[in-house]
Design a protein around this ligand. Structure first.
Ligand code: IMP
Ligand code: MG
Length: 181
């Protein structure tokens, strides 16, 4: 059994860098949504560490919900198919919805979700993504809040998985190719 750290080629963002960036995003959200009915919607499971840390940096009242979708299965390549595995608990009519996601790659997941939530009567729908991989884009999508741009590599840690593992790394790193090839 190898250690997770040995499977990481390079650490891209340390715990300190993540904390600092998330603090900035939390401050912006708190300013932008002041006096608005804010609902954070985390996309399971990758967004969990980001959601947990972001939530604590938001200083205005808000509520939180989660959805689960599947788009990748257990591989490192997207299938292009989005399925809802867990829907929202709350009604979102007249709410300002902020989708909290770990990474935008092809854009397929978020493009599908924004259309879906718009159809349910949200007052506004925006996206907060910790990471953005522009080279992976297949459909156009714009996020209001983005933590870091990243290269077209397979990343793990801080919620990001390969075959469900590595989510518990406290930093974000590039997975060595020999692990998934
Ligand atoms: P999209 O629909 O292609 O934008 O896919 C977004 C989802 O793919 C994210 O929520 C992640 O779960 C997953 N994903 C995309 N890139 C990576 C990566 O580099 N590592 C791990 N998961 C990734
Ligand atoms: Mg995900």
């Amino acid at each position: 059994m190898s250690s997770m750290r040995e499977d990481v080629k390079e650490v891209l963002f340390s715990e300190d860098q993540l904390r600092e960036k998330i603090r900035e995003i939390g401050e912006q959200i708190s300013r932008d949504y002041k006096d608005k009915d804010l609902l954070l919607v985390g996309i399971l499971k990758g967004s969990v560490p980001f959601m947990a840390d972001l939530l604590k940096e938001i200083t205005i009242p808000c509520i939180m919900d989660f959805m689960a979708v599947s788009s990748y299965g257990n591989s490192s390549k997207t299938s292009g198919v989005v399925r809802i595995l867990k829907d929202l608990d709350f009604e979102i009519e007249n709410k300002h919805v902020l989708i909290v996601e770990d990474i935008i790659d092809s854009g397929i997941t978020l493009s599908y979700l924004t259309d879906y939530l718009r159809g349910r009567g949200a007052e506004s729908i925006e996206i907060a993504a910790l990471l953005n991989k522009p080279e992976g884009r297949k459909v156009e999508i714009s996020a209001k809040y983005i933590g870091f741009g990243v290269p077209d590599e397979f990343l793990v840690g801080y919620g990001l998985d390969y075959a469900e593992k590595y989510r518990n790394l406290p930093y974000i790193g590039i997975l060595k190719e020999e692990v998934y090839k």
